[in-house]
Design a protein around this ligand. Structure first.
Ligand code: ZN
Ligand code: ZN
Length: 622
C-alpha cells in the first residue's frame, strides 16, 4: 500500500470521507502489515484535530492492532488517541480482544474497571470476554467471582468458564459447572471432552462423548486426536471409521489425525484408503496434510510413496522436507535422506531447523556415516545457529557408539550443557553391548540409577553376551526385588484392513494353532538349513521379554506366522513392534524371508528392518 500523508488544511470534506473509507478497508484487510498500521496511526494523530466523528475508524484501528503481532499497541492507541473522545461497546470489545491476545492482566483489569464505571456490565458479550481474559491470565478465582456476579449468563459464559477450568486441569469444578448449564450446546459438551482428554482421563472423555446428544466434526476431532495423543491409534481409527459410517464429513484435521494413527499402527491399507479419500473429497494438499501423508507412508515403511507424495506437492516447505528427510532416515535410506537435505538447503536455499538436523543425524547414525555426522553435529548446526537438543545428542552418541568410539561418545555426554535423558544413555549402553565393554556399562548403569532410570534389561543382556551368567542372575533378582516391570512385547500386522495384535506368549488369537503349526514347519526347514538356537544366549538375550515366553512365542514371530498363512504368496508382510527386535527373532526373520520368498518389513522401537532373500537392511546392526 502507498499511504499519502496529507496536511490537514489541504483536505476537503469529500476527500476526508473517501480517505476514511480506504483506511477502513485497509484496516479490515488481513494483509495489512504492522508497518502500515504504524503509518495509519501516525496519520490519525495528525488528523485528529480535524474531526470528531472518527469512532468507526478508531475502532477499526483497535481491531487491527488486536489482530496484529503487537496487540498491546491497541492500548497505547486508545490512550493517546481516544481517551478524550467518545467510545462505545465495540471499543471495549476490541480492547478486550487485544488483552486476550497479549494475556495481559493489567489491561484486562483496566477494561473491566471501564466497563463497571461506564455502566456497560449489562452487555453479556463484554462480560464473557472479560471472563475469558481472566481465565487466560490464570486468574480463575477472578473469573469465577465475575461469573457468579453476572446479572445474565448465557451459554458462552458457561462455556468460557468450563474451558478455563479444563485448561487449568480442574476437571472436578469443570464438571460441576457443566451440570449447572441449563441446556448445554455442542460446544459445551466438546469443551468437556477436550478437558478430560487433555488432562489424561481418556475414559471420562469417551463417556462424555458417548452421552452427547449431537456431535459435530469438532467433537469427533477432539475425541480422535485424544486417542492419537494418548498412544491408542487403534481406537482412534475405530472412531474414524464410525464417524464415516455415521455420515459425518471429516475435515483436514480429522484426516491428519487418522493418518497419524495409521502411521503408528503401520496400517498401510487403511492409510492408502484415506489417501484416496483425500483425493476424492478434493481436500487441498497443503503442507500440513502433505507432511501427514509423508509421515504415514514413511512409518509404514514405504518410502517410495512418501517420495511420490512429496513430488506431487505444489508447495514444498521446510515442514514437508523435514517429514521426508526424517522418514527416509528412519527407514535406513541414509543416502537419499542426505541427498534431499543437500537439495533443500544448498540448491533451494531452505534454512534447516532443529527437526531437519534430527533427520540428518539419524540418517548418519543408521547409515554409519561417521565423518558426515561429525561434520553436521560440530559444524553445520553451528553455522545455522542451532543449539543441539536431546534428540541430536542421542543420534550423535548412537553414531559414535556404533562405530566403537565409546570414549568419544562418553565425552560428548559429559560435555552436554543439558542433563542427558535415558535415550542418550541407552545409546551409549547399546554401544557397550555391541562392543562388549562391560566396565563402562557397569559405570553407566550406576549413574543412570542415580537418576532413577537404570536400564537393567540392557545391562543383563550385556552380561549375557559376554557369558557372565552370575551377574545376569544378580541383575534379574535385583529387578524382581525392586518390582521393575518389563513391558510385554506386542506386534501388529494389518491383513484385509483389519489390524491383528499379538502379545508375546498370548494364545488368544483365533488362528493361534495354525500359526504355531506354520512356525513349527518353518523351524524344521530352518534346521535343515543349519539354523540352530543357542538356547542359553537366547534365553537371556531377549530384550524386555520374559525368557519362558521365548522361542517361537515372541510377538513378532506370531505376527509373521499369521501373515504367512493369511496373505497371498509373495506379498510383503509389514509388522510393527513396540520393543526392540531380539537377536533370535531377527535371525529367524532373515531365514523366513529366504525360505518363503517374501519381503518382510518390521518397524521396531528404534528403526526399520527390511528383510529380503535372507538379508536385512540394518546389516545386523541395530
Ligand atoms: Zn524375539
Ligand atoms: Zn534388521
Amino acid at each position: 500500500m502507498h499511504l499519502l500523508l496529507v496536511r490537514p488544511k489541504n483536505i476537503s470534506p469529500t476527500s476526508i470521507r473517501n480517505q476514511r473509507h480506504s483506511l477502513i478497508n485497509l484496516l479490515q484487510s488481513s494483509t495489512t502489515t504492522n508497518k502500515q498500521l504504524k503509518q495509519i496511526h501516525a496519520h490519525l494523530l495528525l488528523r485528529n484535530s480535524l474531526s470528531h466523528s472518527l469512532l468507526y475508524l478508531h475502532n477499526s484501528m483497535l481491531l487491527a492492532y488486536a489482530n496484529s503481532p503487537t496487540p498491546n499497541d491497541a492500548f497505547s492507541f486508545f490512550a493517546t488517541q481516544m481517551g478524550h473522545l467518545p467510545w462505545d461497546k465495540y471499543t471495549l470489545q476490541f480492547l478486550l480482544k487485544a488483552s486476550s491476545k497479549s494475556k495481559s492482566l493489567f489491561h484486562t483489569t483496566h477494561v473491566h474497571l471501564m466497563i463497571l464505571k461506564r455502566g456497560f456490565s449489562s452487555y453479556t458479550t463484554l462480560m464473557n470476554a472479560i471472563l475469558s481474559c481472566y481465565a487466560l491470565c490464570d486468574r480463575l478465582q477472578d473469573a469465577r467471582n465475575l461469573f457468579d456476579g453476572m446479572p445474565q449468563r448465557d451459554i458462552v459464559s458457561f462455556n468460557s468458564m468450563i474451558h478455563k477450568y479444563a485448561e487449568s486441569g480442574n476437571m472436578d469444578d469443570a464438571f460441576r459447572l457443566f451440570q449447572q448449564v441449563p441446556s448445554p450446546n455442542v460446544i459445551t459438551w466438546t469443551t468437556l471432552v477436550f478437558g478430560f482428554s487433555s488432562n489424561g482421563d481418556i475414559s471420562a472423555a469417551r463417556e462424555v462423548f458417548e452421552r452427547m446428544p449431537e456431535r459435530d466434526v469438532v467433537s469427533w476431532n477432539a475425541m480422535i486426536s485424544s486417542y492419537v495423543q494418548n498412544h491408542d491409534p487403534f481406537e482412534a481409527l475405530q472412531l474414524f471409521r464410525r464417524m464415516l459410517a455415521e455420515n459425518v464429513k471429516p475435515n483436514s484435521t480429522t484426516v491428519c489425525g487418522a493418518l497419524s494413527a495409521c502411521g503408528s499402527l503401520g496400517a498401510l491399507e487403511t492409510g492408502k484408503w484415506i489417501h484416496v479419500y483425500i483425493n476424492k473429497s478434493r481436500f487441498q494438499l497443503d503442507p500440513f496434510l502433505g507432511s501427514a501423508l509423508i509421515d504415514m507412508y514413511s512409518k509404514c515403511g514405504i518410502t517410495e510413496l512418501a517420495v511420490e507424495v512429496f513430488g506431487c506437492l505444489k508447495e514444498k516447505t521446510l515442514c514437508t522436507g523435514n517429514a521426508l528427510i526424517n522418514g527416509l532416515a528412519m527407514n535406513g535410506n541414509a543416502e537419499q535422506a542426505l541427498d534431499l537435505f543437500n537439495k533443500m538447503v544448498n540448491d533451494k536455499g531452505f534454512r534447516p531447523d532443529e527437526v531437519t538436523f534430527v533427520g540428518v543425524l539419524l540418517a548418519c547414525s543408521h547409515g554409519g556415516f561417521l565423518d558426515e555426522g561429525r561434520r553436521h553435529f560440530y559444524g553445520t548446526m553451528k553455522e545455522y545457529g542451532i543449539t543441539p537438543v536431546l534428540e541430536h545428542y542421542a543420534c550423535m552418541v548412537d553414531l559414535l557408539s556404533r562405530s566403537g568410539l565409546l570414549m568419544e561418545a562418553e565425552e560428548v555426554i559429559r560435555n552436554m550443557p543439558i542433563t542427558p535423558d535415558v535415550v542418550v544413555w541407552r545409546a551409549l549402553l547399546g554401544g557397550c553391548r555391541l562392543h562388549k565393554n562391560v566396565e563402562l556399562a557397569d559405570k553407566i548403569v550406576l549413574e543412570m540409577e542415580a537418576q532413577g532410570s537404570g536400564d537393567y534389561v540392557l545391562l543383563s543382556n550385556l552380561y549375557a553376551s559376554v557369558g557372565r551368567w552370575e551377574d545376569v542372575e544378580k541383575v534379574r533378582k535385583f529387578m524382581r526385588h525392586r518390582g521393575i516391570k518389563k513391558i510385554p512385547g506386542c506386534s501388529s500386522i494389518e491383513v484385509d484392513n483389519t489390524i491383528h495384535e499379538f502379545i508375546s506368549g498370548e494364545k488368544s488369537h483365533p488362528r493361534y494353532a495354525m500359526i504355531c503349526k506354520k512356525l513349527e514347519e518353518l523351524g524344521m526347514k530352518m534346521s535343515e538349513d543349519g539354523y540352530s538356537v543357542e538356547t542359553s544366549v537366547v534365553l537371556y538375550d531377549i530384550e524386555e521379554e520374559e525368557k519362558e515366553q521365548a522361542l517361537g512365542h515372541h510377538s513378532e514371530k506370531l505376527a509373521i506366522g499369521f501373515g504367512l498363512i493369511s496373505t497371498a504368496p509373495g506379498s510383503t508382510l509389514r509388522i510393527v513392534k513396540n520393543l526392540r527386535f531380539c537377536t533370535d527373532c531377527h535371525n529367524v526373520t532373515k531365514l523366513i524371508s529366504k525360505i518363503c520368498n517374501r519381503e518382510i518389513v518390521v518397524r521396531d522401537r528404534t528403526r526399520f528392518h527390511h528383510f529380503k532373500d535372507g538379508i536385512c537392511t540394518c546389516k545386523d546392526y541395530w
